[in-house]
Write a protein that binds this ligand. Sequence first.
Ligand code: NAD
Length: 456
Amino acid sequence: MQYEQLIQEQRKYFQEGNTRELFFRKENLEKLKQMLIEHEQDLCRAVHNDLRKPDMEVVSSELLTVIEEIDFHLKKLYEWTKTKGARANLLSLPSKNEVRRMPYGVVLIVGAWNYPVNLLLLPLVGAISGGNCAVLKPSELAPATSALLRKLIGTTFHQKYISVVEGGVDTNQKLLDQRFDKIFFTGSTRVGKIVMEKAAKHLTPVTLELGGKSPAVVHKDADIKTAARRITWGKFMNAGQTCIAPDFVYVHKDVESELRKEIKKSIKKYYGKNPKKSKDYGRMVNQGHYDRVVNLMSGAAILSGGSKDPAERYIEPTIVGNVDWGHPVMKEEIFGPVLPVVAYGDEEKPSDNLRPMSSPLAVYIFSESEAFIEDLITNVPHGGTCINDVVMQIVNPNLPFGGSGNSGMGQYHGEYSFECFTRPHAVMHRNTWPDPSFRYPPFGKKLFLLKKLFLR
Ligand code: NAD
């Protein structure tokens, strides 16, 4: 079916009011949940085919997170959709005022490949809750998952309500040429700019969930063993291909060697002597990303790991050192299992060195010092912070998730997802009386009175 026709059908379905009923929204959230529960095995297999992800990671980060989000929306949706009263001010007296949340209409959700189920369906939960129709475009770089999602969504929902369009860059560009009422995009900063440019043509609002170099800052007062365990876990899951993975470690030089030793220990504990044989360790998604990450390492000192196998797109969990801010591995988002370690001394303020980096999605701070933590939160532009841990900030639906600057715009998760897919709509009720003549011409001395009343 042509995209125009699909979007027209969805817009008609939306305009008929089908998607706005609270009952309808809840019923379809339930259907999505059932789909995930019934097809857990199929989804695990598809994601494994695409990324060699272990079932534990697929279930926890791709399926349970979406199911949790659905349950949260089912519990809160009645409250969120209620019309909220607003106070009248002096100028609007007498009146009754309210704010309603209005769905946008037909929304486009474009996903990335690294969490191919989560990144498509988690925003979909918000789109359904908001009362919208949706076109979903999975990433072509996770083809098994893309095909399965098309099949599952196709049998769970009518296409005039929710539909999957498969394809790559060309398909996405054709979709972006259409007029949608809202676009939700997850992917790289480079493509985020293309999306925004295309959306501008139709003045379509966008939410952009992009990437960046998220630092893990480890201060000298940190619990080093715990920091090492958690950084290793967050960095090497999905072979480093996680948007909020700690990209590099920025550590106080007094604890640098201890931290490196502990990270090495954790790598061995999680993935064994030979991570290539570990069932719990992933692979680079394709040859292009494999080559890109291997090239990023050139010129850096390999402090641990470093072995690779292009035939399997395998890169061992690797720690690199001897890199300054100008080295390629410190300039672009690594998005692979390579962890640079950079040290700072007492004479340096980490926030001064991190501030010029282009606004990452997250900053992780391992420290017990409130002043140290506050300085980084306040003075380094970034999307969200997690203190003494990594990645965990995304599991709480009461927290907004999103970037700032180069890492994106707009937030989602929980109520922020509902807000992301609805807009606040003002309604003022006025009686036909009283109708004092004060605002109508002729104005005469009314301006004098107006100033007297308001400019005190
Ligand atoms: P990408 O930008 O290459 O692709 C994302 C989507 O855009 C895909 O569906 C793809 O088909 C489409 N696309 C690619 N090139 C395009 C073009 N020229 N014109 C129009 N559409 C195009 O990103 P990716 O490689 O799939 O994902 C990796 C990036 O995504 C990383 O930067 C990562 O940090 C980021 N990411 C962010 C989040 C988040 O929640 N903020 C989550 C996952 C990944």
